[in-house]
Design a protein. Structure first.
Length: 344
């Protein structure tokens, strides 16, 4: 049964729970099942998809792998919960942070995969050497069977598309008024206006650090890379590094457009969307790469100081944009509520 917005005289608005949302929800949940099933099988001791010689079969790593795989199951199970949250009536009553933050994190983790994996496949199809791409165990054996990468990353892409569609429907219903209009409609003055431009410049300068380093690595340099990463460079590695540069640029463009009111005829949703996706990708993957570096078990795999610095700054930029964006939306919401109050 459809619902109408208060005071609306047009056709019923699309709301979470309609046929489109139900289809997307089913797709998102079904896309999680192969990955969850594979991880559960590994926790249970199965070696499906793990070839002989892979370090994942090392008995000394079984406890660590059980913990990591268990956490992976919980992370993908959170996608199921998020899909329900975005499509059930009670989801509209949930605190804003309970939906926005998980959606932002999911976007950050999935967007680079959605862009990078197809680009890697395209590069290989054009004849570029994919290199190791993380598929080797570093000891002459294969890390995982090739079909595992296709199944897992393919599932992530489907999850990302479905969740993205669900969040757009949900956010349009709950917060659509916050990004209506064009950049030209942004007020020239406001509570945070004096700080917005300097903060945007700081964000741009900070983002230039990881962007420059990732671009250097994408171009073929091994400066500042660990021994293993330098050895395993190839087309896949170059594409992934280029993807990180792309998301840094998207973040900077979105932030500067809003702060300096650049591209005035452009709809406000565009720069806000760029900043949302870009900042999430920078923060989540910067944090993930920092965390995985802590589990390095050999000097060859241990991240260098430049790698840690790059990932730390990358994560900081993403979190800074998230913080500034939160203030921006609160300001927009307060201004809207003030405009709706009756005058005396």
């Amino acid at each position: 049964m459809t619902q109408t917005l208060p005071g609306a005289r047009s056709a019923p608005a699309r709301v979470p729970g309609d046929s489109t949302a139900r289809i997307l929800r089913a797709v998102a949940i079904l896309a999680c099942l192969p990955y969850i099933g594979l991880k559960v099988a590994w926790v249970a001791g199965s070696h499906v998809g793990i070839p002989e010689g892979s370090e994942l079969r090392d008995p000394s790593r079984q406890t660590l792998m059980a913990v990591v795989n268990g956490l992976s199951v919980l992370m993908d199970a959170a996608v199921v919960v998020l899909a329900l949250l975005l499509t059930r009536p009670w989801g509209l009553r949930a605190p804003a942070w309970l939906t926005a933050l998980p959606a932002w994190a999911a976007c950050g983790l999935l967007a680079p995969i959605m862009a990078g994996f197809p680009a890697q496949l395209a590069a290989r199809a054009l004849g570029f050497d994919g290199g190791d791409g993380g598929r080797s165990s570093g000891s002459g054996g294969t890390f995982l069977a090739e079909w595992v990468f296709g199944m897992v990353y393919g599932g992530f892409i489907v999850q990302g598309l479905a969740l993205g569609g669900l969040f757009v429907l949900y956010a349009r219903r709950r917060w659509g008024h916050l990004w209506r209009g064009r950049i030209a409609d942004l007020p020239a003055q406001g509570p945070d206006r004096a700080l917005r431009r300097p903060v945007a410049v700081v964000i741009a300068l900070l983002a230039a650090v990881p962007a420059a380093v990732h671009l250097l690595w994408a171009a073929g340099s091994d400066t500042g890379l660990s021994q293993e990463r330098a050895r395993d460079r190839g087309g896949d590695f170059a594409v992934l590094e280029g993807v990180y540069v792309l998301f840094a640029l998207l973040t900077v463009v979105g932030v500067l457009m809003v702060a300096f009111r650049a591209g005035r005829p452009v709809r406000l949703a565009l720069p806000l969307g760029l900043a949302w996706v870009g900042s999430a990708a920078l923060a989540c993957w910067g944090g993930w790469l920092l965390m995985t570096g802590l589990t390095a078990r050999s000097a060859a795999k241990e991240p260098t100081a430049l790698m840690n610095l790059t990932y730390a700054v990358q994560m900081t930029v993403g979190l800074l944009v998230l913080t500034v964006g939160g203030r921006f939306f609160r300001e927009r919401g307060s201004a809207g509520r003030a405009a709706e109050r009756p005058t005396r």
